[in-house]
Each structure stands twice: as C-alpha cells, then as structure tokens.
Design a protein around this ligand. Structure first.
Ligand code: NDP
Length: 328
C-alpha cells in the first residue's frame, strides 16, 4: 500500500477534525496528472477551511490547500510530461478536489500553469493565490487605464498576503502606494515593500459618506464592507477599485454616488475560475514585476506539520505577508 503525508479534514460529530496522516494513494481523486508536491502556502481561504469557519470544504474527507507547486510524476494529458514543473491555484483545489497540503496530488492537466523559468517552486508558493490575485487586480486596474500618472493607489489590508504583494508590485511599477493597515507597527515593513504613505485602518472603517474627498486614482481592496465603501467614496473621477476580499465582511454598504457622479468603476476579481490565459499573463508578470528580495522579506516558511495552527492566526489578521509551506 502506497501512502504519503497529508493534512486531512474529516467531518466530526461537532464540526470537523484536522490531522496530519498517512494518506492512501488509492484514495486520490480522478485526474490525468499526478504531481509530486514540493511547496504549498497558507491563504485566508485555507484558514477558513482549516478552522471550518466558513463552508469552504465541500467534500469529506478533504486535503485542504488551495495552492500547490511541484513536479509532474505521471501524465496522460498531452500538455504535460513527467518532470514538468507546474503551479496550480484554485479550480476547487482544497474545496471540492483534494488539495495541496500533501506530498502527492492527482489533478486535471487543464488546471495547470507551467512554472515560469525564472521562478522557483518556493517563490511561486510564496506568491500563492494571494499574490497571484494581487496581480489579477493590478492587471484589472491597468486595463481600466489607471496608470501611475493618474495618482496614487490605495491598498487595504496591506500587511496581509494579498496586500503585501500588491504594495510591492505597484511600487515597482511606479505607482505611489497608500497602504492601509490596522497594524501601525508594520509601517516600516510596508515602507520597505514600497509604500509611500501609511494610513490607519480606522480611517476607512467608519460610516461611509456617499462621496468623500478624492484621494486616490485606484484601489485594491482585500477587506470589503465599510472599508470598500469608503475606498469607493474617496476614489477620484474616472478611477477604479478592484474588490478582492472580505477580511472585514461580505457586505458592501455603499451608494451609487461614486459610480454615477464620478464614473468610478468597481472591478470584481476572482482567482478560482479565472481563465488559463489570464493566469499565465499574471504569473509571467509576477516573474518580471515582483522584486524577489521583497518577496523574500515578506515570506516565512513552515513545515506541513505546522499548518493546522496557522488557520486561526490568518483569520485573526495575525499573519504578516506570506507563509510558504515546505512539503515532502
Ligand atoms: P491575510 O489574512 O493575509 O490578509 C488580510 C488582511 O486584512 C490582514 O492581514 C489585515 O491587514 C486585514 N484585516 C483582517 N481582518 C480585518 C478586519 N476585520 N477589518 C479590516 N481589515 C482586516 O489574507 P489574504 O491576503 O490571503 O487574503 C485577503 C482577502 O482576499 C481575504 O478576504 C481572501 O478571502 C481574499 N482573497 C480573494 C481572492 C479572490 O479570488 N478574489 C483570492 C485570494 C484572497 P492589516 O493588518 O494590514 O490591516
């Protein structure tokens, strides 16, 4: 019997149980590519899955982990051969399909992206879904025409994973970045990533006015709720805000004023079912536009056995930057 190490979530009488186990290879789900997983990561959604705080896991038992990087071991998909280095983000990994917190995964070849040649698997997972989503948001702002000469861009939840990557990439691209954080002690960290100004989270969490002072040309929001509403109300004429997350809540108590009086656009960002073409663009842009020194500065490393303890930490906003998980 061939087994490999994996984190497994089981339904329990009360909630769920999470354990590091020897997983039987014959219990892997269908797929045309088998991957030896080398690296994974911890995102906010992984925190939801590990703690059971939201119904992210749709089948039990589940191996959580919405991201993985590794080497193709076997493939009946013509696009992939043994030895190929790949990245997988989303497509239900760790939600409906057995995920990345395991030494082995069997997945659909159609979900995979080739690891950019200048990037290591560890770097790819230091970026992970959080960082790749930050790049999707930046691509959306660029597509809307928000360029550095239009004015600053605000990033909320800036000291988190998505926020940290967004700050670093935007700064490298020449934007003036305003970083909003609830952790003023991280101001130095955020300035080192490239933020020009740091504002207190509380400045954006009060009751939003329909229109506020025009403060930025664009925004990348990871928080949702009143924070996103305030960001919209302070976006200058013709600007755009990319809505990525819900760390502060799923509601959006805004008015139509920013849209109909300032022509502001709200850009929805989804990483899970995003097209392969867009994924490739995002990963190639990350390879060129994210400074590796800054990526290293925002990344800490853990082993598979430590992942379970990090679920609550990330949901409580206690994780700075990104966590990479060494598998195997
Ligand atoms: P992190 O936990 O690393 O970052 C979230 C940050 O939000 C925290 O670090 C904190 O930043 C801030 N924050 C946390 N709680 C609150 C609160 N109650 N009110 C205001 N701010 C808060 O998570 P990720 O970077 O992995 O993900 C960020 C968000 O983006 C999550 O909601 C996640 O679900 C979403 N997401 C969405 C994706 C998509 O496809 N659309 C893909 C990836 C992520 P600080 O301390 O600096 O204030």
């Amino acid at each position: 019997m061939a087994t490999f190490k994996a984190i497994r979530i089981e339904k329990a009488e009360k909630g769920q149980s999470v354990a590091l186990v020897d997983f039987d290879e014959k219990d892997l789900m269908d797929g045309d590519v088998t991957v030896n997983v080398a690296w994974s990561t911890v995102n906010y959604k992984d925190g939801l899955a590990l703690t059971g705080k939201a119904p992210v896991v749709r089948r039990f038992p589940m191996i959580p982990g919405i991201d993985l990087a590794g080497t193709v071991e076997a493939s009946s998909n013509p696009a992939w051969r043994p030895g190929d280095q790949i990245i997988l983000n989303g497509f239900g990994l760790g939600e409906t399909h057995l995920g990345g917190y395991a030494e082995k995964a069997r997945v659909k070849g159609d979900w995979l992206v080739a690891l950019p040649s200048s990037m290591s698997g560890r770097d790819a997972m230091a970026i992970g879904t959080a960082g790749y989503t930050a790049m999707l948001a930046i691509l959306a702002l660029e597509h809307h025409g928000v360029t550095p000469d239009h004015g600053p861009v605000v990033v909320t939840g800036a000291a988190g994973g998505l926020g940290s990557v967004a700050v670093a990439v935007l700064a490298k691209l020449g934007y003036r970045v305003i970083a909003s954080t609830g952790r003023p002690q991280e101001a130095g960290y955020l300035r080192d990533l490239g933020a020009s100004d740091i504002i207190e989270r509380a400045e954006l969490s009060g009751t939003p006015r329909p229109l506020g002072r025009e403060r930025w040309a664009g925004g990348i929001d990871t928080v949702g709720s009143t924070t996103l509403a305030n960001v919209l109300s302070m976006t200058s004429y013709g600007g755009a805000v990319a809505a990525c997350g819900l760390a502060g809540g799923m509601d959006l108590p805004t008015s139509v004023a920013p849209f109909i009086l300032r022509g502001v656009c709200l850009l929805g960002i989804d990483s899970v079912m995003c097209s392969l073409e867009r994924r490739r663009t995002a990963w190639n842009r990350l390879a060129s536009d994210l400074d590796r020194g800054k990526l290293a500065a925002m990344t800490s490393e853990v082993g598979l056995g430590q992942v379970q303890d990090l679920g609550s930490a990330i949901l409580e906003g206690r994780v700075r930057g990104r966590i990479v998980v060494k598998i195997g």
